[in-house]
Design a binder for this molecule. Structure first.
Ligand code: DGY
Length: 320
């Protein structure tokens, strides 16, 4: 049995780095997410694990990795890992921050524009041969200038998202436990309580990590505070939004629309969402650029190697 296990083939630059270090590794062969049961079967003699955000690194999995020393997650979010349990067992956990910030911030704008300018609808309209000439009222959308953009979470990705939008002329509100001086100085962003942000914003974008305290942070009550024309964008984690409450609001026209890259029970996208036309649905591709995914692969491998060599990995998130 190999010393290192990868739950999925990662991009080449990461594998090249790993090959420079060792050939004593195994990759889960099927090109599909590994299950908890399969993980338990496969990692009994593994010291280093490279896993994905889809892999349930539960107590049982951690217990089955009797020799496990480091779990290097190929993602910035690590809500798939029972971090407290790993920490209690002295197992290092790492993530891949920074290298996917631009990709995710760019995709957030893509999603926002897809919603405000009805890009998906317009594409389908064109393909279906329904374009019979320019019209003053064809597929009208919403402009950005002067509108209020509210971001919940002003960390790396939230900040990059807003900074990339300088020039669109939006006014920015943000809610975050910390003051973000860069955002305030560069964009005039104002820090407000989440409730005020929800009431006032035309577009709301979520940029927080999933923890117990953020599960269903946007529930029925929060959604009821939104303007009827508001558009909610989620590129963070699905369970931050109560999906059922969101579907109800979208169906009843209580909010204008939504742009979702993430879902409560991935990869399942509820049929009711699929049937709605006021929502744009993406398959969790926030970080899906060649550049970001290559860098994530190298970073995960560097973290893994450092951990196995007894050094502090650059992106250790536990056991400080
Ligand atoms: C992450 O790294 O957490 C992202 O969701 C991947 O797209």
């Amino acid at each position: 049995m190999s010393k290192i296990f990868l739950t999925r083939r990662i991009p080449k630059p990461g594998l090249m780095k790993l090959n420079e270090y060792t050939d004593d590794y195994a990759i889960f062969p099927p090109d599909k997410p590994i299950t908890e049961k399969e993980l338990i079967e496969d990692i009994s003699s593994v010291e280093g694990l490279i896993c994905l955000l889809t892999d349930p690194i539960t107590r049982n999995v951690i217990d089955s990795g009797r020799k496990l020393r480091i779990i290097a997650n190929y993602a910035v979010g690590y809500d798939n890992i029972d971090i407290d349990y790993a920490t209690n067992k002295g197992i290092i956990v790492t993530n891949t921050p920074g290298v996917l910030t631009d990709a995710t911030a760019e995709l957030t704008w893509a999603l926002l524009f897809a919603c405000t300018r009805r890009i998906v609808e317009a594409d389908m309209f064109s393909r279906e041969g329904r374009f019979d000439g320019w019209s003053p009222t064809l597929l009208l959308g919403k402009g950005l200038k002067g509108k209020i953009l509210g971001i919940i979470g002003a960390g790396r990705i939230g900040t990059a998202f807003v900074l990339k939008g300088i020039g669109f002329g939006v006014k920015v509100l943000y809610s975050d436990p910390y003051i973000n001086e860069v955002l305030e100085k560069k964009t005039g962003a104002k820090r407000v309580k989440m409730e005020e942000l929800l009431r006032k914003s035309d577009f709301i974008s979520l940029h927080i990590s999933l923890k117990e305290s953020t599960h269903h942070l946007i529930g029925a009550r929060e959604i009821s505070l939104l303007k009827p024309s508001a558009c909610l964008i989620n590129t963070s984690r699905g369970p931050i939004v109560d999906e059922k409450a969101l579907i109800r609001a979208l169906k009843d026209g209580k909010i204008g629309g939504a742009g979702l890259d993430v879902y409560e029970d991935e990869p399942n996208i509820p049929e009711e969402l699929i049937e709605l036309t006021n929502v744009v649905l993406l398959p969790h591709i926030g970080s899906a650029t060649h550049e970001a995914r290559n860098k994530m692969a190298v970073m995960a491998v560097e973290n893994l190697i450092a951990g196995l060599e007894g050094k502090k990995p650059p992106n250790q998130v536990n056991i400080k």
